[in-house]
Design a protein around this ligand. Structure first.
Ligand SMILES: Cc1cc2nc3c(=O)[nH]c(=O)nc-3n(C[C@H](O)[C@H](O)[C@H](O)COP(=O)(O)OP(=O)(O)OC[C@H]3O[C@@H](n4cnc5c(N)ncnc54)[C@H](O)[C@@H]3O)c2cc1C
Length: 394
C-alpha cells in the first residue's frame, strides 16, 4: 500500500483464496469466527498509523481478567482504569499484595519505556524476567502463564522478555479490542485501498529470484523487484540459501460454541488459573461486539494451546466448560474448531535485536512477523520497513 501511494504498481500474489494470511474470519450460521482467537491492541503504534481505526469500529475488552481457580472466578482488574476494583483486586487470592503492587510498578515503568530502551535491555525468557522483577511463583503460575499464554500461545513463558515488555506496554497504553465486524476487517481494509487488479488470489508461488516469480501453474511473472511477504518457513523453503533459522511453530486450537445467552455478560477474558486442564482462555466474543453472533445468541471462544489431538476433544473441553460455567454449557452448540498448527513462530530471547525488521538476500526482499515480533503490529512494521528501503533504493 505504501509503495502504491508512492507511484509503484505492486502486484500481490497470494496463494490462498483470500487476503489476510493468519488473520481471517469465517461467517458460520450468522456467527463470525476468527480463525483462532486474536485481538488487536489499540496502542499498536505503526499499525495504528496505517489503519483507519475509526472505520474498524474497535470494540474493547474490559481491562482485566477473571481467573478460574479453586472452582470459582477471581476478578483481577487494571486498577488504574477501574479504580473501583482496587480493593477487591488487592484482596483476591491470586498472588500477594506485593505482586499486585509490582504489577502497578511494571505498568508505570512500561508506559515510560521507549522501544529503544526495551531493545537495549538484556533479553531473557519472560519467566526469568518476571522472577527477576520480584513476582512470586504463585503469581507467575496462576496469572501470567494463563494471561500471556493466551497471547504467546505457550504457558512456559519462554518468549523473549522484550516481547513481553512491548506487549505489556501496549496493554498499559491501550485496550485489547476486536473490530466490530471481525478480525478480517483489518486485512480487508488494507486490500480495499489497492486497485482490484493489484491482488491475484489463488496463485501459489513455486520459485522466486530477484526479478522473477514462478507460480505453481507454471506462469512466470517479471518484476523490478520481488518482496517475499510470507511466513518464515515458506521464505526458507522458496529461497533455500536464506540464512534464516529454521522456524518452529506454536500451535493453538480455537474452538467456538453458540449459546442462547452469555455466561459472562461482560466483555472480559476468563483465564485458567489451574496448572491443569485443556482450556487456557475463554471469552464471549458477542459481549465484545454483538456482530459476532446472530440476534439472541452468544458466541463463546475457547483457546486450547498446542495441537492436542483426539476425537473426544470437544467433549473434554465441554466438561471443563461445565466446571467453569455450570450445566447450561452442556447445551451449547459446538460450531467449529480450528487447529492452527502454524500460528506463531517461536520467539525466544535470542530475538534479532538490531538487525532491522526486514531483510534482503540475493536481491530478494523479505518481510513478515518472523523478522519482527509475531503480531499484527510486527507484520505491518516489517512490511513498512521493507517498503521504505525499496523506495530509498529506487
Ligand atoms: C491463532 C492466532 C492468534 C494470534 N493472536 C494475535 C493477537 O492477539 N494479536 C496480534 O497482534 N497478533 C496475533 N497473531 C499473530 C498475527 O496474526 C501474525 O503475526 C500476523 O498475521 C502475521 O502476518 P504476516 O503477514 O507476517 O504472515 P501471514 O499472515 O502468515 O501471511 C503470509 C501470506 O503469505 C501467503 N503465502 C505463503 N506461501 C505462499 C506461496 N507459496 N505463494 C503465495 N502466497 C503464499 C499466505 O497465504 C499468507 O497470506 C495471532 C496469530 C494466530 C494464528
Amino acid at each position: 500500500m505504501r509503495l502504491y501511494e508512492r507511484g509503484v504498481c505492486p502486484l500481490i500474489i497470494e496463494g490462498s483464496d483470500a487476503v489476510g494470511g493468519r488473520v481471517q474470519t469465517d461467517c458460520v450460521d450468522g456467527f463470525l469466527l476468527d480463525r483462532g482467537f486474536q485481538v488487536y491492541l489499540s496502542a499498536y503504534p505503526e499499525a495504528g498509523k496505517l489503519l483507519d481505526l475509526e472505520a474498524l469500529d474497535l470494540c474493547r475488552f474490559r481491562p482485566g481478567a477473571l481467573v478460574f481457580r479453586d472452582e470459582k472466578f477471581h476478578r483481577l482488574m487494571d486498577v488504574f482504569r477501574c479504580p473501583q476494583h482496587a480493593l477487591s483486586t488487592a484482596a483476591q487470592p491470586i498472588g500477594s499484595l506485593k505482586d499486585k503492587l509490582l504489577v502497578g510498578k511494571l505498568r508505570l515503568a512500561a508506559k515510560r519505556l521507549t522501544e529503544k530502551h526495551i531493545h537495549e535491555q538484556d533479553d531473557r525468557t519472560t519467566e526469568v524476567y518476571l522472577r527477576d522483577y520480584g513476582f512470586s511463583e504463585k503469581m507467575i503460575d496462576v496469572f501470567f502463564r494463563a494471561f500471556y499464554g493466551g497471547i504467546f500461545l505457550e504457558r512456559d513463558l519462554r518468549t523473549s522478555s522484550r516481547i513481553f515488555q512491548f506487549t505489556f506496554k501496549m496493554f498499559a497504553e491501550g485496550f485489547a479490542t476486536l473490530p466490530a465486524k471481525g478480525m478480517q476487517a483489518i486485512p480487508n481494509q488494507l486490500a480495499e485501498r489497492l486497485p482490484d487488479d493489484a491482488i491475484r488470489l489463488g496463485s501459489p508461488v513455486r520459485t522466486v529470484d530477484r526479478r522473477t516469480v514462478t507460480l505453481e501453474s507454471g506462469e512466470s511473472i517479471e518484476a523490478d523487484f520481488v518482496v517475499m511477504a510470507t511466513d518464515g518457513e515458506t521464505a526458507r523453503l522458496l529461497v533455500p540459501s536464506l540464512t534464516q533459522k529454521e522456524v518452529s511453530w506454536r500451535s493453538v486450537i480455537g474452538m467456538y460454541f453458540g449459546a442462547s445467552h452469555s455466561p459472562l455478560s461482560e466483555p472480559i477474558i476468563a483465564l485458567n488459573g489451574n496448572n491443569e486442564g485443556l482450556m487456557n482462555n475463554v471469552c464471549v466474543l458477542s459481549d465484545v461486539s454483538p456482530n459476532y453472533a446472530p440476534d439472541g445468541k452468544a458466541l463463546i471462544s475457547v483457546s486450547v494451546l498446542g495441537d492436542k489431538q483426539g476425537d473426544d476433544l470437544v467433549d473434554r473441553v465441554r466438561k471443563e466448560l461445565v466446571r467453569w460455567f455450570g450445566v447450561p454449557a452442556n447445551d451449547w452448540q459446538h460450531l467449529r474448531s480450528y487447529t492452527i498448527r502454524k500460528a506463531l513462530p517461536e520467539q525466544g530471547p535470542t530475538l534479532r535485536a538490531s538487525e532491522g525488521v526486514h531483510q534482503t538476500h540475493d536481491g530478494i526482499h523479505f518481510c513478515g512477523d518472523y523478522l519482527s515480533t509475531a503480531s499484527i503490529e510486527g507484520a505491518i512494521r516489517s512490511g513498512l520497513s521493507c517498503a521504505v528501503a525499496l523506495l530509498e533504493a529506487s
